[in-house]
Design a protein around this ligand. Sequence first.
Ligand code: GAF
Length: 385
Amino acid sequence: MGAQEVREGFVRLYGAEPEGVWAAPGRVNLIGEHTDYNDGFVMPFALPHTAVAAVSRRTDGVLRLHSADLDSGVAELRLDDLRPESDKSWTAYPAGVVWALREAGHAVTGADVHLSSTVPSGAGLSSSAALEVVVALALNDLYDLGLPGWQLARLCQRAENVYVGAPTGIMDQTASACCEAGHALFLDTRDLSQKQIPLDLAAEGLRLLVVDTQVTHAHSDGEYGKRRAGCEKGAALLGVDALRDIAYADLDAALDRLGDEEEVRRLVRHVVTEDQRVEQVVSLLESGGDTRAVGPVLTAGHASLRDDFRVSCPELDLVVDTALAHGALGARMTGGGFGGSAIVLAEATDVEALTKAVEEAFAAAGHKAPRVFEAVPAAGARRLN
Ligand code: GAF
């Protein structure tokens, strides 16, 4: 839904023009999975799919929320009544942002919000972060808070961790808030320092496909939290603040020190090698050489997520195996896993045959048809009007 439609929807609902309309995108992650809560490196880029919100301020301590995508009517909440983990519906994301802003001391006195999103939900493409960031940016502008993108991302992460109750890292919110069109974002999740890396795959005759397996995932599910706890245990056993502090060159020695902690050893190996893969991809892209060399690094990342971190699933593995068997340069799951989406790096000339092969493999295996689209790095969060 475009800005004008969302604006008109706001007028129909609330009987007045909104003060403005904002957009925040979903993301795919090129490389760097399950590294963000280990203070490591990630490299997402923004999708053209966005959450769009029309918003006005209120002064009476009331937050009204409405989604054009759902049949659930207008939710009316009192700011003073917002309590962490009290809301299990979609409204927890925007309400959590208002809660986090107020908890951080920002004088937000209420808002009317009407929104609509084209980011597929449950597809591992950060639909929740898009919802959070679009509301955070709107309130930042309307209440003149002057917060930079990275700080909005931190507040949105707090909303998700504490208010929603999902123990996610900082990647998705930062990607939505800070990505730039035509670039992937190289982000150090320890201090949120960033570098925009130009990514023009079409200029090299390449394409990046997103394959949404249509297997939905949920972060508040226990598995994500278990991986996170396992990583924290690994860091504690190794005497470091976070697994990011284990240098790649010291990995074997670190794994030896983990004794019979087999599960922790696998988690540590994934995180340390994945950080190394992010650095490898950055240097390949920055050297101006052939981007095709990135392909095998993506595929190695998938093997590590499947075998060591164990967050893949049969549908994601099928996308990767089928794509590679039909000429893909590289393929991997993207996002948290347990369903969601995979990415495939391919020659433009192979895209049609490869897409057909993946669709046929899904049909033959009796899986729901996947949704395949091309991803080109799009703009981060912004005011539309
Ligand atoms: C999800 C989380 F929200 C991110 O913080 C990140 O951990 C990702 O899974 C895995 O890389 O998208």
